[in-house]
Design a protein. Structure first.
Length: 122
């Protein structure tokens, strides 16, 4: 594990924001991997410009890919997934995990678990 970190840690690179021309090249290169889209333009120039205007003229690659995915979903005619706030997501996920948990007891009942070497000892 230490050797992996040393190997990975040797490469230090700053991820600078992309200008519009670089962003277009990134999007086009990713869309170029899908042969069915060769004659299509799922991310039009005006949509790409809108992303850059929201970011004051520059955009990091991660944000650009995220926003482009949203535009691509709209182009496909699909509804984007609904926005869920972090607290709401965590609450829902906790409830799902709790409902599916095999044991739904409180920590105070841990001593009462049959077969426990601590059961009945006080």
């Amino acid at each position: 594990m230490v050797s992996d970190y040393q190997r990975i840690g040797k490469i230090v690179a700053a991820l600078h924001p992309l200008n519009l021309k670089e962003g277009r090249a990134l999007i086009d290169s990713r869309l170029g991997l899908i042969p069915e889209l060769q004659a299509e333009d799922p991310i039009p120039e005006n949509g790409l410009r809108a992303i850059y205007e929201q970011q004051h003229g520059s955009c990091n690659a991660r944000r650009l890919i995220h926003e482009s995915r949203r535009l691509f979903t709209e182009w496909q005619g699909c509804a984007p997934p609904p926005f869920v706030s972090t607290p709401e997501f965590l609450r829902t996920e906790f409830e799902r995990l709790w409902t599916n948990a095999e044991v739904r007891t409180s920590p105070e009942m841990a001593d009462a678990i049959p077969g426990s070497r601590f059961a009945g000892s006080s």
